[in-house]
Design a binder for this molecule. Structure first.
Ligand SMILES: *Cc1c(COP(=O)(O)O)cnc(C)c1O
Length: 467
């Protein structure tokens, strides 16, 4: 090997680093060719609080919590220490046939924190995965298999919502409805039934968010009337369809969906991978609808953005459907790193931070300050909608406010221009098409909110002016 492995030139020569990186690394969710031109690749050397620091020393406010994972800031001392301690004690052990304290403790705590619903059995069992998509696969397979084990073998289909997103593996992608990610793989995917999104942005004139949600729920009810006995589960992202452009809906939809699922013997899978752990103003978004799903999928914030881990919470009823003398009726699903102790320790340290102070109450005040900082944008001629659910705030950029029509020309170039303008103003704002959003870590203060405001103003101008 003649390759220079010294790290020193990397730190002084960001340009050299970029050339080396682009020569060997394939980055996720990226048309790599754009990195040769319009799209800057930003090498990061460290993170502190809500800030990332580039190899060249420039600082960027992580306004999107590094893909919605980070809760309490980067390189958080307590989480880093918990990871270090666990790594030095037991880094991993096969989780089939073996058990460990961090996994047990985390399961007990998640079950205790899970949403409650009067008159309904709580979520009482935890199955671990390694990432969000794995959690979705687990929930889909468990739902299908639980019906099979109960002798209800006709329930082989899933209902998903239009504009929903549940991950990139083939099962998770199949129940997603983002054409950019799904279309090319369509021939490989199982076909769910898609129900209309309750998205309040698509409300009809004169219709409020709740009426819009009830209209979508009525359509869901009609679909269940028609196909109910063939359906295993409904999967949805409660309150906010994040990858679908931070589209928000009234919690009445989730409450209605729960009621309709019960009426038709259909299970409810709540994907709180993005919205869980306080993002929408409550610890879990399902709380706002007062419902308990049959499956609650968690990841991203579960370790506060430090390590990959996911968890699927389910009920005794589902668990008991697999309880048998017959091995094949068990849930024979595993991932090599299922229940990884270091990741579980990071999750336990994360939950400790929720205990140390009233994060949800503090976030309420923070969300209010975000709302005030964003309020002036509501009057901007290119802002067709300003919406917020707790710590998620989004602006819909449009060419025509009256019809809420997006810019038809150069949508990609506009989004890139907005992204670059945000970076130049010191913030990572990674637009979802024509949607600019803030989903910052919970440690931001007034200085960071100022940066958010300035970077967003610059990004809007860049988006509009781009040609
Ligand atoms: C990110 C996300 C997923 C997929 O999680 P990965 O860890 O990226 O596989 C699933 N559902 C929702 C709602 C998400 O936001």
């Amino acid at each position: 090997m003649t390759q220079n492995t010294s790290i020193a030139p990397m730190l002084t020569e960001a340009g050299d680093f970029l050339a080396r990186d682009l020569a060997v690394v394939w980055h996720p969710c990226t048309q790599m060719r754009e990195h040769r031109g319009e799209l800057p690749l930003v090498p990061i050397r460290r993170g502190r609080g809500a800030w990332l620091e580039g190899l060249d020393g420039r600082r960027y406010l992580d306004a999107i919590s590094s893909w919605w994972t980070n809760l309490f800031g980067h390189a958080h001392t307590a989480i880093a220490e918990a990871i270090g301690r666990q790594a030095a004690e037991l880094e991993h052990v096969i989780y089939a046939g073996f058990a460990h304290e961090p996994g047990l403790r985390l399961a007990e705590r998640l079950v205790a924190l899970a949403p409650r619903q009067a008159g309904r059995a709580p979520l009482s069992r935890v199955f671990y995965g390694e990432n969000g998509s794995a959690a979705i696969e687990i929930a889909l397979k468990m739902s299908f298999h639980s019906h099979q084990n109960r002798g209800d073998g006709g329930r082989t289909r899933f209902v998903a919502l239009e504009n929903g997103y549940h991950g990139e593996t083939l099962g998770a992608l199949a129940v997603s409805d983002i054409p950019l990610f799904r279309r090319v793989y369509a021939p490989l995917l199982m076909e769910p039934l898609f129900a209309p999104s309750p998205d309040a942005f698509a409300a009809e004139p004169g219709e409020d968010a709740e009426a819009c949600a009830r209209r979508a729920a009525a359509a869901l009810g009609a679909l269940f009337e028609r196909d109910g006995p063939t359906i295993a589960a409904l999967i949805l992202e409660p309150r906010v369809q994040c990858a679908g452009g931070m589209r928000m809906h009234h919690p009445a939809y989730v409450a209605e969906a729960r009621r309709l699922c019960d009426a038709h013997g259909i299970q409810l899978i709540a994907d709180e991978i993005a919205v869980g752990f306080g993002r929408t103003g409550t610890l879990f978004a399902c709380e706002q609808a007062g419902v308990v799903p049959d499956f609650l999928c968690l990841s991203k914030g579960l370790t506060a953005g430090s390590l990959p881990l996911s968890a699927v919470l389910t009920t005794d009823a589902v668990f008991e459907a697999f309880w048998s003398e017959d091995r094949t009726r068990g849930f024979l699903h595993s991932h090599s790193y299922t229940g990884n102790p270091i990741a579980c320790a990071a999750a336990n340290a994360t939950l400790d931070l929720f205990v140390a102070r009233d994060v949800i109450a503090d976030n309420r005040a923070l969300a209010h300050r975000m709302a005030k900082a964003a309020a002036p944008f509501a009057g901007h001629p290119a802002v067709g909608d300003l919406r917020q659910a707790g710590m998620i705030l989004a602006l819909e950029l449009v060419e025509d406010r009256a019809t809420k029509r997006a810019y038809a020309d150069h949508p990609r170039r506009r989004a890139l221009a907005a992204y670059r303008a945000g970076l130049d103003a010191g913030a990572v704002l990674r637009p979802l098409g024509n949607v600019l959003y803030w989903m910052p870590p919970y440690c931001i203060g007034d200085e960071e909110i100022d940066v958010l405001h300035r970077a967003t103003a610059a990004a809007i101008e860049a988006y509009v002016r781009c040609e």
